[in-house]
Design a protein around this ligand. Structure first.
Ligand SMILES: *Cc1c(COP(=O)(O)O)cnc(C)c1O
Length: 422
């Protein structure tokens, strides 16, 4: 099947690159994309991120720029900020961070000095690199101390978090992560941050869309700063936002610019504004709840197939599967699933005896397939594909993987993805 090229200027100017874009469009159309940090943006978000706003330099903030000609750009950024504040109910929003990692780095710049102690969830337990993990600049320039989850429950142990916080007295505590299948208790973290005198940062990169849609509790009443990407469950362009109370507004803004960045990516700011507008709609609330309902239904179906899920299931959009009992390493399973048209990532599981580059688990999620309109009724089929593919991965049964890929593509063709040519 060849898709029509929807980018005529690109196809004329650079057929080679246009061909690659078309290939990627086909891949995204035909496969079941289950990486929980990914999604499909709407056609409107795609269009907004490809405009002449790209051409404009605007270092500074609306009304306080270092370049002239900001008559329109100021309005674009003000609109994005106003929508972020309304959607999340925050006093202040900065929409300029280039992505989630630079946003978090700006938080360090605002509240800590090199060598200070900072605290976050350990990467192999589900935390993010930028929460003070060793190979990240944040773990190199700061003294990162870590909490994890309990081996028996797969859940955060708040007694442990409190004990470490009171002993280490970190300047910043991060909560949130990249492989946490359960609701984050922001109030519990806030209490510990208060007791230990730390700034609490809720990094909701993964779950921002669920929060906006009312499908996960909001960190806003509890956290000093809320950091988020805009491109995961929020369904915006690749970018990030930092939100906070008025008392921290100056420190955050100063850290982003001039502390860390130069000119904001105005085409991205515009697309963030569009995504926030979409996320404020009743349809998005329905979407956010459907993401969670699909993840629950998928978890139930996978448990019924005998899979071992970290923490025993999910409260949100993602599932972390431990494949030890199936006798297949996560990487082998992930690559086999990819050949079967089901795109996931291999992932460490808590207390993983295997190495990070060859761990025991896979991580999967429902944001993208929900954007295509798949429902809980489809999840037993998805679980069956995963079960067959993991079994085939172990026995090297390529025919089964090829058969699944055809079945997946057939279902995908009935559920066109937003933003992609049909
Ligand atoms: C994705 C993610 C980030 C980083 O975002 P990038 O845009 O990839 O830099 C930061 N924190 C958490 C919790 C994330 O899930």
């Amino acid at each position: 099947m060849t898709l029509p090229l929807p980018h005529p200027a690109l196809a004329a100017a650079d057929p080679e690159l246009a061909g690659l874009v078309a290939d990627e469009e086909r891949l995204q159309a035909e496969t079941l994309r289950m990486i929980p940090s990914e999604n499909y943006v709407s056609h409107a978000v795609l269009e907004a991120s490809g405009t002449v706003l790209q051409n404009k330099y605007s270092e500074g903030y609306p009304g306080r720029r270092y370049y002239e000609g900001q008559q329109v750009i100021d309005q674009v950024e003000r609109l994005a900020v106003a929508r972020a504040k309304a959607l999340f109910g925050v006093e202040h929003a900065n929409v300029q961070p280039y992505s989630g990692s630079p946003a978090n780095l700006a938080v360090y710049l605002a509240f800590a000095r090199p060598g200070d102690t900072v605290m976050g969830m350990a990467l192999p337990m589900g935390g993010h690199l930028t929460h003070g993990w060793g190979v990240s600049a944040t773990g190199t320039w700061f003294n990162g101390v870590r909490y994890g989850v309990r081996a028996d429950t797969g859940l955060i142990d708040f007694d442990e978090v409190r004990e470490i916080a009171l002993k280490e007295r970190p300047k910043i505590i991060f909560c949130g992560g990249t492989a946490l299948p359960r609701t984050i208790d922001f109030a519990a973290f806030a209490e510990i941050a208060r007791e230990s005198g730390a700034v609490l940062v809720a990094d909701v990169a993964h779950i921002a869309g669920l929060i906006a849609g009312g499908a996960h509790p909001s960190p806003v009443p509890h956290a000093d700063v809320v950091s988020t990407t805009t491109h995961k469950t929020l369904r915006g362009p690749r970018g990030a936002m930092l939100m906070c109370r008025e008392e921290h507004a100056k420190a955050i803004d100063k850290a982003v610019f001039p502390g860390l960045q130069g000119g904001p990516h105005n085409q991205t700011t515009a697309a963030i504004a569009v995504a926030l507008h979409e996320a404020a709609s009743p349809a998005f609330r329905t979407y956010a709840h459907a993401v969670v309902a699909n993840a629950r239904a998928l978890a139930d179906a996978l448990l019924a197939k005998g899979f071992d899920l970290v923490s025993g299931g999910t409260d949100n959009h993602l599932i972390l599967m431990d494949l030890t009992g199936r006798d297949v390493p996560g990487k082998i399973a992930a690559k086999a699933l990819d050949r079967a048209g089901i795109v996931v990532n291999y992932n460490t599981v808590p207390y993983d005896p295997r190495k990070p580059f060859d761990p025991s688990g896979i991580r999967l999620g429902t944001p993208s397939l929900t954007s295509r309109g798949l429902t809980a009724d489809h999840m037993p089929t998805v679980a069956d594909w995963i079960d067959r593919a993991v079994t085939a991965a172990r026995s090297g049964d390529e025919d089964t993987l090829t058969r699944i890929r055809t079945e997946v593509a057939a279902l995908m063709s009935e559920h066109p993805a937003p933003g992609l040519p049909v």
